[in-house]
Design a protein around this ligand. Sequence first.
Ligand SMILES: Cc1ncc(COP(=O)(O)O)c(C=O)c1O
Length: 464
Amino acid sequence: MKTIIEPFRIKAVEPIRMTTRPERLDRLREAGYNVFRLRSEDVLIDLLTDSGTSAMSAEQWAGIMRGDEAYAGSRSFYRLESRVRELFGFKHVIPTHQGRAAERILFSTVCRPGHVVPNNTHFDTTRANIEARGAQAVDLPTPRSQRRQEPLPFKGDMDVAALERLIGEVGPDRIPICMITVTNNSGGGQPVSMANIRAIAEVCRRHEIPFYIDACRFAENAYLIKLNEEGYGDRSVESIAREMFSYADGCTFSAKKDGLANIGGFLATNDDRLAEQEKDLLILTEGFPTYGGLAGRDLEAIAIGLEEVVHEDYLEYRLASVRYLGEHIAQEGVPIIQPPGGHAVYVDAGALLPHVPPLELPGQSLVAELFVEGGIRGVEIGSVMFGRRDPETGEETAAPMELVRLTIPRRVYTQSHIDYVIEVILEVFRRRESIGGFRITHQSPVLRHFTARFEPLYDFGGTG
Ligand SMILES: Cc1ncc(COP(=O)(O)O)c(C=O)c1O
């Protein structure tokens, strides 16, 4: 059969509240034009993130009832630990309330001022946690990632030659850790090849630099290796994932993505001494090492999610639904990062609105227009999120790309929801020449995109 169906039936439904265009315009104005400041009840289709938004399975909900809430030695922790050891292969599993807590504990333990941490592309919380330690976060994406509209495989790879150069320039002693993010969320959700993971691991081993994987979307990455990398077509996703992790010394993981859970994460490592230091810090700020700030039921849901996420009928449907959105808008001329990513479609707002300069935030314009047009909430990944403001001069520097990410939550929306999204995007695309820019009127010094307020520099909403 040609049609790839959702490999599940729907057992519980959550109503969507219908809204009108004038209502959405009012809500967006009240929110300072920042979609992070909207109430979710005012959003029709929420593509802000795939993080913590998954629908859990009947088995996971049953696991919620089975969760062992013991403060110490919870059965649910051991179930999670055993699944992580089986799939990821790391010796120590340290649960945390979400991915950034794992990052904070890891970087607080290994980073100091003057250190440099390379990655293919750091996610915003990863970068912020490194910088909070006084260290420098360096992105080393493959040059192929710049060929945005060419559907090349594995554009999430790291530039291995650039990694060698960086190590030569700063010296291995200043690099406490090297990371790779799979899939590369801030670089268009593109996968990383096994060959690249192997090559980075080899460079790191030669220079005695610990190699970590930001594993949030490991299953989507493993499935894309199966589909597109020679030699992996006949392998199971589980065995591909195991091979990916076998090259690493540890990982950070947000269970809100490929854990198919609504909260949770962990830090894993093979290093006994480091694990001890990390657990000490965990006790100080997160909780005892067999719960790490989570309820026992959450640990249980993650353990089950880590079983379900490697099922290939699920991954086939998951990747197909993202591809469906990407292909339908691209064939009408909407510029997207090609190929569509594992968890999201990244619209190239800079190319869609070439008349809006990067410092007038074309991604912010597109996000605001999609919300007013059809109640769709996407997220800007451009100069709002990654641009910089000089605290002294107030001068702004633009990000390298102006993207809007339309992120598909796992097992939540059906094909007709996606058809509606396509219709709304095409409507905004048709009137793109009338769309202008925005400016920031209020911002905080770190992670400003979450709370910033904006003002349109054009007749936004057509009301003069
Ligand atoms: C690649 C990547 N790393 C780390 C994180 C942080 O995880 P959390 O939101 O659970 O703190 C995210 C979240 O979106 C992510 O996409």
